[in-house]
Ligand binder design. Structure first.
Ligand SMILES: Nc1ncnc2c1ncn2[C@@H]1O[C@H](COP(=O)(O)OP(=O)(O)OP(=O)(O)O)[C@@H](O)[C@H]1O
Ligand SMILES: [Mg+2]
Length: 399
């Protein structure tokens, strides 16, 4: 069918033509926004899930919901080994601009605090400190949010930003993607600041998204984090939502799937959003006409798998060093050999060592760097799993 009219959107963070199966989260978030704007205590949302289930896309949709309510919003993507100060300053800069406070002096004062918070990052190198600025014209407000203690600074910063939002009867939302990559000091400070803000009824919320072990990262940092955040597990789509993700965009282009085609699609994608988009894209291009049939899906499957092998699996695999690749393949083999079918596909690290014929301790560096790269995660002590769905199957098909 006409590739120009192909509606499907495989790709990291690509907005899907139909955001299927997330109504519950969107509705819950609307309640959160209303309550926070009224100074009511409310837990922030944290989305967790495997790679490609649609966390980034949902985070962006939540942000849009906040913007529609007139909130100031900003987003950042955490990176390992990167301090929170600069990306958070940019996000808050944006949020303050979006708030559109009617008194320029008030807004400038808060922007000055953001600036002083950001510039504290430069550390010992004073020249760098002078050179880097978050693009804020307002002069830095010395003595506010620049003590160097991230916990104190964050509380001061967010208190000022929250006060500005409260003035105009709105709120501020900070959206943090890949939240598991925040450094320990930043995580701890962020939790402490959220705690403080919610106690003071200030209208600021942090909405996070990250890999399945993010709740563990947060509670290791502050034991009260479980009460601070409401964790929403983002998972593959149930059958009806998966069908809607395919059918609704097709209908917009006056095309259809037969019921058998939808059965075959679900067998292939298992409801994983990235797979749905990749299969949708290939099947659309290769099907001769509407309605799309099960045979069309079968014909297009190799093309869809090729697209996934490059765009989804390959791009991750390439990030691994040779030793890490050995480790990943051994994980896949260990998972295939395990007789008890683990529902989340985790394997014992000791089994991986057996497959490789090495001592477990000698494999720690490979394992740790894979954890850091976000390719694997550990949900419980001594066990690890792929963050990428069906990664094991992909790896075994390569060798
Ligand atoms: N609810 C949904 N319905 C249909 N398609 C979706 C949905 N959510 C996400 N997608 C599609 O799935 C793909 C992956 O989405 P996204 O990048 O948000 O996943 P992610 O969970 O952030 O992955 P990663 O952990 O790799 O960052 C995109 O192509 C997107 O269009
Ligand atoms: Mg993402």
């Amino acid at each position: 069918m006409d590739p120009i009219r192909n509606p499907y959107a495989p790709g990291a963070g690509q907005r899907p033509p139909e955001l299927a199966g997330r109504d519950e989260q969107l509705a819950a978030f609307d309640v959160v926004l209303e309550r926070v704007a009224r100074g009511r205590p409310e837990r922030s949302l944290v989305l967790t899930g495997l790679r490609g289930v649609g966390k980034t896309v949902l985070l962006n949709a939540l942000r849009s919901a906040a913007v529609r309510k007139g909130w100031g919003t900003g987003k950042l993507e955490a990176r390992p080994d990167q301090s929170l100060r600069r990306p958070l300053s940019s996000a808050l800069h944006q949020a303050v601009r979006e708030l559109g406070h009617p008194e320029p002096e008030e807004a400038d004062h808060v922007l000055g605090v953001i600036r002083s918070f950001a510039q504290r990052d430069a550390g010992a190198d004073a020249k760098l400190r002078e050179r880097w600025s978050p693009g804020i014209d307002a002069p830095a407000v010395r003595g506010r949010a620049d003590s160097g203690d991230i916990e104190i600074d964050l509380v001061e910063l967010l208190t000022d930003v929250g006060g500005l939002a409260a003035d105009v009867g709105k709120g501020v939302g900070v959206f943090v993607d890949e939240m598991q990559d925040l450094g320990p000091a930043d995580v701890s400070a962020l939790c402490a600041a959220c705690h403080e803000l919610s106690q003071n009824g200030l209208p600021v919320i942090v909405v996070g998204a990250g890999l399945p072990h993010l709740p563990a990262v947060l509670s290791a940092s502050k034991s009260y984090s479980e009460r601070l955040f409401s964790y929403q597990r983002i998972d593959r789509l149930a059958r009806d939502a998966a069908d809607r993700a395919l059918v609704a965009p097709a209908a917009e282009e006056e095309a259809e799937f037969t019921p058998e085609a939808l059965d075959t699609m679900y067998d292939a994608t298992r409801g994983y959003p990235y797979f749905i988009q990749a299969y949708g894209r290939s099947v659309w291009d290769l099907a001769p006409r509407s309605p799309i049939t099960a045979d069309d899906v079968a014909v297009a499957a190799p093309e869809a798998e090729r697209e996934l092998a490059v765009g989804f699996f390959g791009s991750r695999y390439e990030r691994a060093t040779p030793a890490e690749r050995d480790y990943l393949r051994a994980m896949a083999d260990a998972a295939a050999m395990a007789d008890d079918e683990d529902p989340v596909g985790s394997v014992a690290t000791s089994d991986v060592a057996v497959v490789l014929g090495k001592k477990p301790q000698s494999l720690s560096p490979a394992r740790d760097s894979l954890l850091k790269k976000g390719l694997i995660f550990s949900g419980e002590r001594g066990r690890i799993a792929f963050t990428v769905p069906h990664f094991g199957r992909y790896l075994r098909s390569q060798s």
